[in-house]
Design a protein around this ligand. Structure first.
Ligand SMILES: Nc1nc2c(c(=O)[nH]1)N[C@H]1C(S)=C(S)[C@@H](COP(=O)(O)O)O[C@H]1N2
Ligand SMILES: [Mo]
Length: 417
């Protein structure tokens, strides 16, 4: 059975009920969409589901947000070797912040020949490595950069190596930046977040694998930070330094660019396929994705309204609009993303022993959705989509502010007829 058919089998029931609710008659016996009943499955929906992006993203297809002149991943191999951007030459320094010193029993430096190398990191990984699914999204860009399974050593394992004693409130970190202080890209976390995984979060990791393969240079090889609940800027690539500090507030490079660096990822939905110029009074297949942020995702909803018709200006987030539920698609049979054997790596957090997610949709991940809207008379329309989080709150409210992560109630104009 093809991936699209699989979706259809699972959604036909809902679609059918949707049709019925909208007063559209469908052929009897179409509740089951198996091969024998292929003729009964709404072709409109199956065609667009077949074109849906894969659930996981190959490393090469990830959106890239990389600063530097030159951008570190573009350096020739010889230069990469020289500056520690290969697995064989990588070195991580873990030091106390000279400006706000933390009291540490030990530091790890190149000068003393105690910096951590890649083999040492992998050795720690044998005992401590974890992997988890996460969508990578830039705070400043609307759509996610990619969905992956990230693997590495919990950052706390490295922090504990320093035998911290006192005056440690924040961990900040940065990567290779052409030895030019102006190019440094730094992020930070309260030490409590590094040491503990509250609210069922996976750990913050020093990551070296994505979708079961070594990180590529673009994705931050040999080692990057990955922070499960945060936007991409916290996940610093080409990691070279961990700095343990007594500073009590954020000092992220992104903070100097007017970004809110303390708000985790938000929940929102966007469309991928909205038909334009479809025939009047024929069903309209719509697909999209949702990002499940810190508050989780329970529903995706859509609302079609004739264009140009205003809305109550006292209700800028359309809370009283006649939203209808779309269908959140199940995890597809084929994962994509170049996962070896197209399988979820063993003991990935959030998945059971058979490689199935323990909850669906997964928090801090992507989900796809689809719906088949009943046909409409010729005219201009606007399709909007939003999400309902697991607390029952409509999102992107209550946090619509762009600089804490871009997301809107998306509005897509389309024409019928
Ligand atoms: N060293 C370094 N790390 C970095 C960046 C950078 O410019 N330099 N960009 C950050 C930002 S803003 C984002 S959104 C993510 C993007 O990750 P990706 O390029 O792997 O998709 O990387 C982050 N890590
Ligand atoms: Mo970003």
């Amino acid at each position: 059975m093809s991936e699209a058919k699989q979706f259809l089998t699972e959604h036909n029931d809902l679609t059918r009920r949707f049709f019925l609710r909208c007063g559209v008659t469908i052929a009897a016996g179409s509740a089951v969409a198996d091969n024998a009943h292929a003729a009964d499955t709404p072709v409109e929906l199956s065609l667009v589901l077949e074109k849906l992006e894969s659930y996981f993203t190959t490393q090469a297809k990830f959106g890239d947000v990389s600063r530097g002149r030159p951008v570190p991943h573009t350096l020739p191999l010889e230069k990469k070797k020289e500056v520690g951007l290969t697995r064989e030459t990588w070195k991580l320094e873990i030091i106390s912040d000279p400006e706000n010193p933390a009291t540490l029993g030990k530091q790890f430096t190149k000068k003393d020949n105690t910096a951590i190398d890649f083999d040492a990191l992998l050795k720690l990984g044998e005992k401590h490595a974890v992997r988890f699914a996460k969508v990578m999204t830039c705070l400043n860009i609307g759509c996610p950069l990619g969905m992956g399974i990230w693997e590495g050593v919990p950052l706390r394992t490295l922090v504990w190596l320093t035998q911290p004693k006192e005056n440690l409130r924040r961990v900040f970190y940065y990567g290779f930046h052409n030895d030019d202080p102006k190019q440094q890209f730094r992020s930070s976390l309260p030490v409590g977040r590094v040491l503990e995984d509250y609210d069922d979060l996976p750990p913050v990791i020093a990551c070296y694998k994505l979708n079961g393969e070594w990180l590529t240079p673009e994705r931050g090889a040999p080692v990057r930070i990955v922070v499960p609940e945060h936007y991409g800027y916290k996940s610093v690539k080409w990691l070279t330094h961990l700095v343990l500090s007594n500073l009590y507030h954020a000092n992220d490079t992104y903070g100097t660019q007017n970004n809110d660096v303390d708000s985790p990822m938000k929940t929102f939905a966007a469309s991928l396929h909205v038909p334009n110029n479809a025939k009047a009074n024929t069903p309209l297949p719509v697909t999209g994705y949702a990002q499940s942020g810190i508050s989780g995702l329970s529903k995706v909803q859509v609302w079609v309204s004739p264009s140009g018709k205003g809305w109550d200006k006292d209700d800028p987030y359309f809370t009283t609009a006649p939203w209808i539920d779309a269908t959140i698609l199940p995890l597809p049979k084929k994962f994509g993303g170049d996962l070896p054997g197209d399988a979820i790596p063993k003991s990935t957090m959030g998945f059971d022993a058979t490689g199935k997610p323990k909850e669906w949709p997964m928090r801090l991940a992507k989900a796809h959705w689809a719906t088949l809207l009943p046909g409409l008379p010729a005219g201009e329309y606007t399709l909007r989509c939003r999400t309902i989080d697991t607390k029952g709150a409509a999102q992107p409210m209550p946090r619509p502010f762009k600089k804490s992560g871009r997301c809107d109630i998306e509005a897509t104009k389309f024409t019928v007829g």
